[in-house]
Design a protein around this ligand. Sequence first.
Ligand SMILES: Cc1ncc(COP(=O)(O)O)c(C=O)c1O
Length: 393
Amino acid sequence: MNIRLNAALNDPTLETPALVIDFEHITCTYARFERAFPSGYVYYAMKANANPVVVQHLARLGSGFEIASMAELQLALDAGVDGKRIICSNPIKHPHFIARMQDVGVYAMVVDSTFELEKVARYAPGARVYVRLAVDNTGSVLPLAGKFGVDAATAVDLCDQARALGLEPIGTMFHVGSQCLAPANWVNAIRAAAEVWRMAAEHGHNFHFLDLGGGYPAGHYHTPSIPTVEDIGADVMAAIATYLPQRDDLMLVVEPGRGMVGESGRLLSAVFGKAERGDQTWLYLDAGVFNGLMETYEGFPPVVSHLDDAALVRPLRTYTLAGPSCDSCDVIARDVVLPEVQIGDRLVFFDAGAYTNEYAAAFNGFPIPAFVPLLPGEQETRVGEAIYDLVPG
Ligand SMILES: Cc1ncc(COP(=O)(O)O)c(C=O)c1O
């Protein structure tokens, strides 16, 4: 029960759809992360919720930031964050972005391919780099494996290449998958990273940077209980002590996104339409897959209830929940059992602080495609800048 959130959501003047975020909750969660990883540094993964107020709040608390794009970098800088407190764990980066990160003193950036190394060496000579490892994602609701990451031998090879290109390889990162319900994933990934560190030491590399990525779960979409950050922190700290060589300068990094902000928010939506179709009753809401509830499409069933407790005594019905758009994909969830819903009722979606409004905008700070009209009779040819020509090589 969050009294502050409940009071805000019950304000009858609050227009829907609305995403209400409790900043006291974020403060508390930030402190829990700091305690759970005693010698670690929190680098909030801005992609989960890049609202400037959220970014500024976490910056004031002392958080570092994990960024993926020029827009996310700018948000961190606008919040007064020093470059040294920013890292980039996006393995594929625009040259312009790489150069800008170097200019503003971003601490380090990830790589997981020779092409990317060559790009980083050209646009950010001498930069610190860390390698993204491919690790088991099976314990997570939203696996991120496949798109990024390399095996141990390739990781060491990339470090050798980085050194030959004048870069400074400093360590490794991994991501166990989002909403990871298996703390063993972190333990196994740390053991795998330790093996890379051992092999890299044999090649003369002196690592100090161990980045555990994101994946810390929030909310109760699938199971009545989830591992807490304290559970994960205890397992992680024990694994580090067991598998990694003791060193005073170890820079331990966590990049929570969902785990930092997920439970801080609730999304309020109004039902503005209802229809009987076959044996199903459809409810049409003013929030949907394309405006706030994209993750219901990615394996996160909504945890939803009536705003008005008085409605809870009504008879139970089974509904299909749909968003407002005309797209047939805009179906939030099927077979949702709720006390009878009437047009005008307000529904609350819980644990909606992460990956809600982000997906409705330019996700991860990457711009939506520019609108370029070629009107009848227009002769002008538009030639874009080749990305490799943006910065002199
Ligand atoms: C590199 C990186 N770090 C951190 C995160 C945050 O993950 P989560 O929200 O599961 O904590 C992501 C999410 O995609 C990511 O790609």
